[in-house]
Design a protein around this ligand. Sequence first.
Ligand code: NAP
Length: 254
Amino acid sequence: MKYIALITGASAGIGRAFARQIADSYPSLDEIWVLARRREALKELTRERPGIVFRIFALDLSREEQLESLERKLRKERPCIRLLVNSAGCGKSGPVESQDWRDACRMLDVNCRALTAVTMICLPYLKPGSRLLQVGSGSAFLPQPGFAVYAASKSYVLSFDRALEMELKHRNITVTSVCPGPVDTDFFRMGGITLSPIKKLFLVKPEKVTRKALLDAEAGKSLSICSLSIRMVRLAAKLLPQRLLLELMRAVLL
Ligand SMILES: NC(=O)c1ccc[n+]([C@@H]2O[C@H](COP(=O)([O-])OP(=O)(O)OC[C@H]3O[C@@H](n4cnc5c(N)ncnc54)[C@H](OP(=O)(O)O)[C@@H]3O)[C@@H](O)[C@H]2O)c1
């Protein structure tokens, strides 16, 4: 049986950091399957680690027929997915009123629909001891004026993960929601987002997020949060009235 890791969003940012770190830390894997739309960026990644067998899947995960091609490939090869990392995602900010609904729906297609589809397509190939890592966001813990659709999409991921974790317990498969604050990747540039000075203060490197996430996943933790600021947000969301927090965020973020 072939043991693999499958990583979406591996052409850039957090997904690419996961791919590099998994390549370095899991020498017993037979192959690492990397997925994203940009084939050239995936090829570049694979050239960095010539000793590792990477398989490149240049797929647009928002397109159903491309998800089906992944399903067919897995059905044919029947590997054991030791690690599944769903990192593909995108974000657009700004008041809902000012956004194009098509952009908002495209974001939901990648952040929610594709993540759900890839997870479900891969489930038959996860075995006892396999780890599922879902890249959510610190914005999952609280609605976010000015980033409403994105934050809601990440709340979906968190809710999905917690329920799935319970469903998979009997198979000894863990689900870890990775919830970083702002990370120093192309995410903001791709979404045309200008990072606020407050958020800039809390930027972390993707490697810090992925290192902790892999340790947390191996420890079977449900959540992986690498920064104090997001821990505080989560605590505040549990302890304080939501209305108060939302008014505060409106004042700071809009
Ligand atoms: N950066 C942050 O501040 C931050 C904070 C919290 C959470 N996150 C989450 O972290 C995850 C990764 O973001 P990042 O910061 O690494 O951003 P990034 O550098 O822009 O990377 C996004 C990745 O998603 C892939 N992707 C986007 N749309 C896709 C599609 N339709 N089909 C296939 N792949 C697609 C991109 O590949 P292609 O363009 O090649 O398709 C790229 O590899 C996202 O889920 C994001 O929401 C980011």
